[in-house]
Write a protein that binds this ligand. Structure first.
Ligand SMILES: *Cc1c(COP(=O)(O)O)cnc(C)c1O
Length: 429
């Protein structure tokens, strides 16, 4: 098995010498996509790879998703789509592979998006006008997806504004400036099984239907309707329509861990975040750890030091409590982050240390782990590792934020599919 930091990413010199790494199992990406396909078997499937594939690495994840049968790729920013198309071109993926992007600011150079064959979302007439200007300039129609605000009040045309937008789109169609590929929206509470959550999703679907009718009345005929992200795929079959957009589930994480865990859903967390211990030492009882001394050792303790901190995206809110597993030659050791997360390091409590207080060298107790042993912050719980959900709970956030905010300086190491091993086998260092 060869493991190298992805050569397509910048700063390779820094990356390859960096102690921590995020190991991404591309086999898990493919398996997760197949699980989600089984949940929405009649719809086409978009792999959502925004934000560097939720921190997992845009190029390798996109190509793995395509190998696993994804029909579309989607990103948020148009600038991300340009990067993605360049990666796809370099990998020999034909331009017929559709890529949708849904965020571009006023004044964006939309002509570049047309040149890269990017499908563009249109929520507002200003976007339509700018895209039409680019289409006129390039002498070719832009592929657009009309976004309807069905209750999230984020992007999308409200139903009140939609007749005017639809009329403008119809005109642009007639002028050959746009090709209306899709109509779409996004569900805001599809992860919520309460009565209120279910009512919200039902209202979104109803508003979507009304929006489609408004488009039809204006003579705008999208070929593809799409509404569902992972939660919709899993829990709302009536939201599947022609295409579904798989984000968090693709990475093996549950959109609602309190409703169903990854394992409950048959999903395999694809990323393992790990770093070698740079120190293992005993400290006396009642000794403070890290800035501000927010934790004091309750007894004489073994403390490990992990070279990952908030500059790497380890949220400072996970100070004092987040779980860490240390893989030692003698077996796994459970630890917890103690004291505040620093910019580049965290301290991990590895348990009580024997020996006389104040005289660490009087006896030489056996340390529970050694410098160089691998500390796993999160990964697949099936391997014994803590989960991204555990870290999310500690930091009062969601697993999406845990993985997508991981620092760019952490090398991503991609394990290929068909490694011949069992699922999500952690690599040996
Ligand atoms: C991020 C995003 C998705 C994917 O959502 P998940 O919950 O991660 O599956 C789908 N559609 C839109 C518009 C998004 O912004």
């Amino acid at each position: 098995m060869t493991e190298r930091p992805d050569a397509a990413r910048p700063d390779d010199a820094l990356r390859s010498d960096y102690p921590a790494r995020a190991v991404v199992d591309l086999g898990a990406i493919g398996a997760n996509l197949r699980v989600l396909r089984a949940a929405a078997p009649t719809s086409s499937q978009m792999a959502v790879v925004k934000a560097d594939a939720y921190g997992h690495g845009l190029g390798p994840v996109s190509l793995a998703a395509l190998r696993a049968g994804a029909d579309w790729l989607g990103v948020a920013q148009v600038a991300e789509a340009l990067d993605l198309r360049a990666l796809l071109d370099a990998a020999g993926i034909p331009r017929s592979l559709p890529v949708l992007a849904w965020i571009g600011a006023r004044g964006f150079d939309w002509g570049r998006a047309l040149d890269a064959d990017i499908d563009l979302s249109v929520s507002w007439t200003w976007t339509l006008a700018e895209i039409c200007a680019a289409a006129r300039d390039r002498g070719r129609p832009a592929r657009i997806h009309v976004k309807i605000d069905t209750g999230m009040s984020r992007a999308g045309s409200t139903l009140a504004d939609l007749p005017a937008l639809a009329a403008a789109i119809r005109t642009a169609c007639d002028e050959g400036l746009v090709d209306v590929v899709g109509a779409w929206s996004h569900l805001s509470r599809a992860d919520d099984p309460s009565d209120e959550g279910l009512a919200s999703t039902a209202a979104h679907i109803e508003a979507f239907e009304r929006g489609l009718a408004v488009l039809a009345d204006a003579g705008v005929r999208p070929r593809i309707r799409h509404l569902a992200a992972t939660s919709g795929i899993l829990w709302h079959p009536d939201s599947h329509y022609d295409l579904v957009r798989a984000g968090i589930g693709l990475y093996g994480l549950s959109p609602a861990p309190s409703v169903a865990s990854s394992a409950d859903l048959g999903l395999t967390p694809a990323m393992t975040l790990e770093a070698p211990l740079t120190s293992v030492k005993a400290v006396d009882e009642d000794v403070p750890a890290s800035y501000g001394g927010t934790w004091r050792s309750p007894t004489r303790r073994w403390l490990g030091l992990v070279p990952l901190g908030y500059a790497d995206g380890i949220l400072r809110a996970s100070s004092n409590g987040a779980p860490v597993l240390v893989r030692t030659p003698d077996g796994d050791r459970a630890g917890r982050v103690v004291g505040r997360v620093c910019m580049d390091q965290v301290i991990v409590d590895l348990g009580p240390a024997d020996g006389a207080p104040g005289a660490p060298s009087a006896r030489t107790p056996r340390p529970p782990a050694r410098v160089g042993d691998r500390a796993v912050l999160f990964g697949d719980p099936a391997s014994g590792a803590p989960s991204a959900d555990d870290w999310a709970a500690c930091a009062d956030t969601i697993n999406y934020e845990i993985v997508s905010r991981l620092g760019e300086r952490i090398p991503r190491v991609h394990l290929p599919e068909n490694r011949g091993g069992t699922r999500c086998q952690p690599p040996t260092t």
